[in-house]
Design a protein around this ligand. Sequence first.
Ligand SMILES: [Fe+2]
Ligand SMILES: [Zn+2]
Length: 396
Amino acid sequence: MSTNFLEIRSLQLRHTGLWIIWSDGHSEEYSYSWLRQNCHCEQCYNSSTGQRRAALADDDLKQQPKSAFIADNKLTVNIHWDIRHLGRYPVEQLSAYKKPPNNYYQYAKQEMLLTIPFQDYIFDDQSRWRLLQGLNQHGIVLLTDVPTQEDTIRQVAARIAPIQRTIYGEVYDVCVEDKPINIAYTDEELPLHMDLIYYESPPGLQLLHCLRFNETVTGGLSTFLDAFKVAEQFQRTDPDAFSTLCRLPGCFQKIHRDREQPVNIIYQRPHIVTNCYQEIIGVNWSPPFEGPVRLKSDDLADYYQAYDKFAGCMANGFNAYGYEFRLKPGDLVIFNNRRFVHGRQKIGNIISKTDRWLQGCYISIDDFVNQFRLAHQQYAEHEPIYHFANQNYFEQ
Ligand SMILES: [Fe+2]
Ligand SMILES: [Zn+2]
């Protein structure tokens, strides 16, 4: 048993729940239904797989305990539920009983982009942790001095998690193409958007590695905006329009048959998702990849009005929550595609296709969360975890 946990000082069976007074003096009430549901006795819980054995019936959850006592050097509570069932609750398990955190998402844009040199990131585990932490906290990190050889991005991705394959393959080239399969592969301005938001689970991290960016090329600056911060502001300033965009779905699509591997994907979901306490847990924003919405005419009017207001907030929020910079060869930007919208200025003066050449790839949000949480446990167990923007209700 880990010694990081407090000891139990005393117990009290109350009508509403079990009161525990902890060794640091603070006390907490644990509801009986929660305790019944989260029992760690061998009958309820398989300790070798870490899985619950069976679903509970309604009657089980209404059970009141007969008695409770402290065991295992003050590190376990035992509860007599009935004659055949001695419940077991190690403090480690009790520590999972938490009230949802308030304002778990309160942090401002950092003035400077967090930058980490490639060599440190590849060879030093602490630097890798700093990168993962930066991605969780700020949503965007820049690696510098990355070798400008093709496919180096694979080595960078592999140090986080496997690449997520999409309709653009594993690693894709972003150049100005003659026959583009995506607006990103033209010289046009690319408005702020999230990638592949027409997937049921859009990619979490996006990596973009700048291999070449000739000085003669004009424009082409990269833009990034924290869509969660914008949505928070929208919720404060226009709660009605905000709730309209939580309620009515937009339409996200990629329909492109005239392509080596034809694509026909449509996904309809609201632009903003909140949890049971009206905290923002998801933003879906991708104007270049939107299709016709399917709504009744009254709703349609409300939808367009709210959409227009949110689009205005995105544009106005750039000064406070956005970044704009020109990638240099050897720069590799990593950002959370579920939290940030990104775009690019119009590109001028391209003579050959590789005058501006980026390579990109994705990592699934689940793989990132997994690696983040493993590293968090190792390096910073007591530091807060910020929202991953993946529609998880609570992060702590
Ligand atoms: Fe994109
Ligand atoms: Zn049990």
